[in-house]
Design a protein around this ligand. Structure first.
Ligand SMILES: Cc1cc2nc3c(=O)[nH]c(=O)nc-3n(C[C@H](O)[C@H](O)[C@H](O)COP(=O)(O)O)c2cc1C
Length: 367
């Protein structure tokens, strides 16, 4: 997979998830393999130029975190251009532009998803960035503002003309939030609208088969996975293996999930310090637990940890409690095993979803 001058090891991407796709998470996922390119959370271009501590922390990286894209948001062309040039000077591999942020404060001044409604203004802003740097500039969007304004195909064509290296498309409108099915035909319309620009499909991928279906049905050059990587940080490696061989690998066993969760926490503590890292991990650990089987005894207590020792204590007590759900071989008894994951677009129409992918609470609910 090529992204402008960059050659990536796979066509699988980690979607930006504000508050989650920080350095510890990216490192955790990368260590498991399969990922072509990871992206930071969105970073305010102006704050970055002003070298604000929060913005600099968001772009913190290290040797094992390559290749890395930084996602910028903003609406002032000069700021976006200068922020892209600054990132290039730091050695960042590529710059992504947020065209999906629904927050009113951002949209009102023409940034985030408002960019999807003003095509020529957006194209000019992007051209300013593309002309200022040699690294690839990409854009991430939804299908449009709402069902009546599916602007992604026109916008993608306009951005191809000004030289973006790829487009990421979440197959829902801004109005849809996270509800309903991901619209594969909508993504396909974007693929068909451009000449040679790689389009990367996104939305609801939680299994290798779902990734394959999205690729087949849309003609996309790659797929980007967000929440699915939270359930299952192995998804990139498993998907790459499936795309290459047609063979599905088994879900990781409980002990492997615990090993990776611990590694993730260790990295959180390294990057954010013990207290802050543990507090941030309170919202991360329950995602791992979604595939543990019965986990109430874990999730109830892990949301109170402030130290590494407290985490180990919670885990230790949980493992003893979980023993009641295991058979003599140490596996979860069948009736306690979590239901298989199914992407919205893989379900038979009219069949109730077995398990929705939850969206974390907070202002991101309409991302
Ligand atoms: C908690 C959360 C934070 C998000 N933050 C961002 C962000 O910073 N920038 C962005 O472009 N999209 C963001 N998104 C949207 C995701 O990148 C992605 O498009 C969406 O979650 C659909 O993909 P998924 O079903 O694989 O998660 C966010 C989504 C969630 C749930």
């Amino acid at each position: 997979m090529r992204l402008g001058p960059l050659t990536l090891s796979s066509n699988l991407f980690l979607s930006p998830l504000a508050g989650y796709t920080n350095l510890p998470f990216r490192l955790t996922v990368r260590e498991l393999g399969g990922l072509g390119l990871a992206t930071t959370d969105l970073v305010n271009a102006r704050s970055l130029l002003e070298k604000r501590e929060k913005a600099l922390k968001l772009i913190e990286t290290r040797e094992g975190d390559r290749p890395l894209a930084v996602q910028l948001f903003g609406s002032v062309p000069e700021e976006m251009r200068d922020a892209a040039a600054y990132l290039e000077s730091l050695g960042v591999a590529s710059v992504d532009i947020n065209m999906g942020c629904p927050v009113r404060k951002v949209c009102n001044v023409g940034g985030g998803s408002a960019m999807m409604t003003e095509l020529s203004r957006t194209a000019m802003l992007v051209k300013g960035m593309v002309d200022a740097v040699r690294i690839p500039v990409t854009a991430k969007m939804r299908l449009g503002w709402d069902e009546k304004n599916l602007t992604a195909p026109d916008l993608a064509r306009a951005l191809e003309d000004v030289g973006v290296a790829a487009i990421f498309v979440h197959g829902r409108t801004r109005e849809q939030g996270f509800g309903g099915r991901v619209n594969l035909a909508g993504i396909r319309a974007v693929v068909q609208a451009v000449k040679t620009l790689p389009v990367i499909g996104n939305g609801d991928i939680t299994t290798p088969e779902a990734a394959q279906t999205m690729l087949n049905e849309t003609g996309a050059a790659g797929v980007s996975i967000g929440r699915g990587a939270f359930y299952n940080p192995w998804i990139f490696q498993h998907t790459l293996h499936y795309l290459q061989t047609g063979e599905l690998q088994p879900e990781p066993p409980f002990q492997e999930r615990i090993r990776v969760m611990r590694r993730h926490l260790d990295l959180m503590i390294e990057v954010f310090g013990e207290n802050h890292g543990c507090r941030m991990f309170r919202k991360v650990a329950p995602w791992y637990a979604k595939r543990f089987g019965p986990a109430v005894e874990f999730t109830k207590h892990v949301v109170m940890i402030s130290t590494r020792a407290e985490f180990e204590d919670v885990l230790d007590r949980y493992c003893r409690w979980r023993a009641q759900f295991l058979d003599e071989t140490g596996e979860l008894k069948p009736r306690f095993q979590p239901a298989p994951m199914i992407a919205s677009f893989m379900e038979e129409p009219g069949v109730a979803r077995r398990e929705h992918i939850p969206v974390p609470k907070g202002p991101v609910e309409v991302w």
